[in-house]
Design a protein around this ligand. Sequence first.
Ligand code: 13P
Ligand code: SF4
Length: 339
Amino acid sequence: MNIEELTYPTEFSPEVKSATDELYKGISKIIPEVEWPFHAPLVHEINKLKKEKNIAILTHNYQTPEIFHCVSDIVGDSLKLAYEARDVEADTIIVCGVHFMAETAKILSPEKNVLIPDNRAGCSLSESITAADIRLLKQKYPGVPVVTYVNTSAEVKAETDVCCTSGNAKHVVESLGTDTVIFLPDEFLAQNIAAQTDVKIISWKGRCEVHERFTAAEIMSYKEQHKDIVVLAHPECSPDVVAVSDYTGSTAGMSNYVKDNQPERVIMVTECSMSDNVAIENPNVNFIRPCNLCAHMKRISLKKIYDAIRFNQFQIEVEDQIIDRARLAIDRMLEIGRK
Ligand code: 13P
Ligand code: SF4
């Protein structure tokens, strides 16, 4: 590597300042003014290069505010990012999220160049199950349809009848019209869906390492301290946590709840950056933040996005025959839609 390849834009010049002032105003409640000169030169350069190279940046709700609000073209939950990856007009898609999200984008847009800024950004759910595991389950329960959470590898999706996300899991399970489904790999999501439906659910032992850390006792202690608090939980939390929550939904569902209901005080039982991003858009709502970090999501940074653009890295590659089979499962989910 030469010295140029190791350096990053750092000059907070008058040009950079005036080009990024509006963006900073949007996030000034969360990012202190002293920090902005470190972000602004990279934000400016990424936004310039993105236009020149016809790149679309698709960003998950768990990314930090300077990524989420300042360089992204499309933001959302896993389901929205899947729809947008299929439809977006760009030569290159950069996914600011974790590896399964970038793989989903590649499966839906195989002709596009799909990049992830750090290819070590994994997911404990995705790592909990392999394609061989699914094949064994299908042998054990012949004829029972397999519903797989999108937080899985392309190889696992290829063995699946239909995918789902936290935004449509119950709807997908019920749409199959069977009395039993195999639902993988999230044990807690499976239990939370089983509590809302008559369909019998055969589950797996995967867990989200971020959401499994929240406890009902912790949430109850916030409720005791703040009598007026509204608790919003992600369905990857345990059923005990869900039981003491006022609303359970995907990251988009939680964000829409705040936008539509404008509660006085809210607690989002999910990854840390969610509250930051939603707080920026809802200045009249008070946020209590018992957050847990997703170390995988946090591998993505402005510097790595800049490197992704200039070095065209890290390219997502999926074998054609896996794409063809995984695509069927994702397309079925997209046809079923969100509910
Ligand atoms: P959403 O689909 O709700 O955005 O969740 C993705 C995820 O990884 C949650 O941990
Ligand atoms: Fe995976 Fe949990 Fe991180 Fe989401 S928050 S990417 S489910 S480890």
